[in-house]
Design a protein around this ligand. Structure first.
Ligand SMILES: [Zn+2]
Length: 483
């Protein structure tokens, strides 16, 4: 059987976390068909991978890309990093199941504009993804804030029993149609008044579907231990795995506390299934939140509706220009977006190195001046943190963005280089790979990503999109077939 592509003499880092080896790898159609020390059979195209790494395509487990992949299926921000699958619907906000009235509540507005929301159920979104064929595969969580939007009278109040019942119905249908699980974004104003019982009542549905509970917790500041306890309680109550989203200790007072939070994770892991994800930067980004405004660390404004010309400037400088304090400046800027330098580098490294962490970008694709994580997360972990800073071997770095992630989110036959698995593959130069963007100039294709294959189709090569796309919707219970 003639292969479509033969990767010759590749350094295979297979995603399992085990040592690399040199081999030839053949793919045909959408699958890896053979791995051997030497393959002599013919192939349509031979790619010499001498001194290059062949790894599974990267899985971005934490994204807000729900609508951008529909609007702009040629998704260069992620494909150029070697990402081949994304998980959308994080932080309580999914476009799937959202039924909006005349405005997009915060922070659902991170996903897109009102006229882009057309997916009252998962099936309609799945059909759309399959018809636009994005450059990445897409799987989705269902957002708690999205469910609240549909079913409660006021987002500022806890849900009542009738609301909970209605939310359960919407969630159950989405799980039946292939959602991976439930996400919450409890620190946001439109979810912060929801009760733990309300979340437990929704999470209860997940076990039957082997779904996952992911959470942007109630706080990542002073009260983080209580917030973690709440997340673990939900997991134990519902008997489901817990994923702490973008784990961090935010605020100068809390720098260094990942020693405490990681110890707590380890303690609870003795009795339940807990993991976390993170992006590899000491700055976070979201809508400008007046509660997070402080003089303690830099805040970079990424956009502002009343003052668009302030995008790219530091809040402190804007405040000085206007001769007001940072709180007053922030209140004049909203609605706005911000990058907060709210973490300590030591904490970022500690979480990155922990055996429980995997990589998710949390990139914000609609932001005109996005945090560089949108374009650089995966190459930065491979190049800066693994190769240059030697935080962990390259095999560990790849594992945290492939095999570990696919297993965690039940992406069947992906995340490993293995015969029979999907040919989601990246060829990269281990000596060159790195992000190219900066906070000042974030929209840059990474260095060292040579070729990216999605379901066997060459999607990105030599810093260019090839124009061919092959991304599919990945359903929880039936993600082998495209439909
Ligand atoms: Zn979040």
């Amino acid at each position: 059987m003639k292969a479509d592509y033969l990767f010759r003499n590749a350094t295979v880092i297979d995603g399992s976390g085990y040592a690399e080896y040199i081999a030839d790898v053949a793919i045909k159609g959408d699958r890896i068909i053979r791995i051997a020390p030497t393959i002599t059979e013919e192939a349509e195209t031979v790619i010499d991978c001498t001194n290059l790494v062949l790894s599974p395509g990267f899985i971005d487990v934490h994204t807000h890309d729900d609508l951008i992949v529909v609007k702009r299926p040629e998704y260069v921000e992620k494909t150029s990093q070697g990402v081949t699958s994304i998980i959308v619907g994080n932080c309580g906000i999914s476009a799937v199941c959202a039924v909006l009235k005349d405005e997009v509540p915060d922070p659902i507005n991170l996903l897109g504009e009102l006229d882009e929301f057309h997916y009252p159920d998962l099936a309609s979104y799945r059909d759309k993804i399959d018809s636009v064929t994005p450059s990445v595969n897409v799987a989705t969580l269902i957002g708690h804030t999205t469910l609240r939007n549909n079913c409660v009278d006021s987002l500022l109040e806890p849900a009542n029993a009738a609301n909970v019942k209605q939310m359960q119905q919407v969630l159950r249908k989405a799980l039946e149609q292939g959602a991976l699980g439930l996400s919450t974004g409890l620190s946001y104003g439109n979810a912060i008044n929801s009760s733990t019982e309300e979340i437990c009542a929704l999470a209860e549905l997940l076990a039957e579907f082997q779904g996952i509970y992911t959470t942007h917790m109630r706080t990542e500041y002073d009260g983080i231990i209580d917030a973690m306890q709440e997340a673990f309680h939900v997991g134990r109550h519902a008997k489901v795995p817990v994923q702490i989203s973008h784990h961090k200790c935010a605020g100068a007072k809390n720098w260094g506390r990942t020693v405490e939070t990681l110890a707590l994770i380890e303690k609870y892991q003795q009795n339940q299934d807990i993991n976390c994800d993170l992006y590899p930067y000491r700055a976070g980004s979201s809508n400008l939140d007046l509660k997070q405004v402080t003089e303690d660390y830099d805040i970079l404004i990424t956009w502002s509706t009343p003052h668009p010309d302030m995008a790219g400037k530091k809040l402190q400088e804007i405040a000085a220009d206007w001769a007001v304090d940072v709180h007053e400046a922030a209140s004049r800027l909203v609605p706005a977006g911000a990058i907060y330098f709210q973490m300590h580098e030591d904490d970022v490294r500690r979480v990155l190195q922990h055996a429980s962490s995997m990589i998710g970008s949390d990139g914000l694709p609609c932001d005109p001046n996005p945090h560089p994580r949108l374009w650089g997360t995966f190459p930065r972990v491979l190049g800066y943190y693994s190769r240059d800073e030697k935080l962990f071997p390259l095999t560990t770095a790849v594992h945290k963005m492939t095999g570990m992630s696919a297993k965690r989110f039940a992406l069947q036959d992906r995340g490993l280089i293995k015969e029979g698995h999907f040919a989601d593959l990246v060829v990269f130069d281990p000596n060159k790979v790195n992000e190219a963007g900066t906070f000042q100039n974030p929209k840059q294709k990474a260095e060292g990503i040579e070729h990216v294959f999605v379901n066997g189709v060459l999607t990105y090569s030599q810093k260019q999109m090839t124009g061919k796309r092959s991304g599919r919707f990945l359903s929880k219970n039936n993600n082998v077939d495209p439909k």
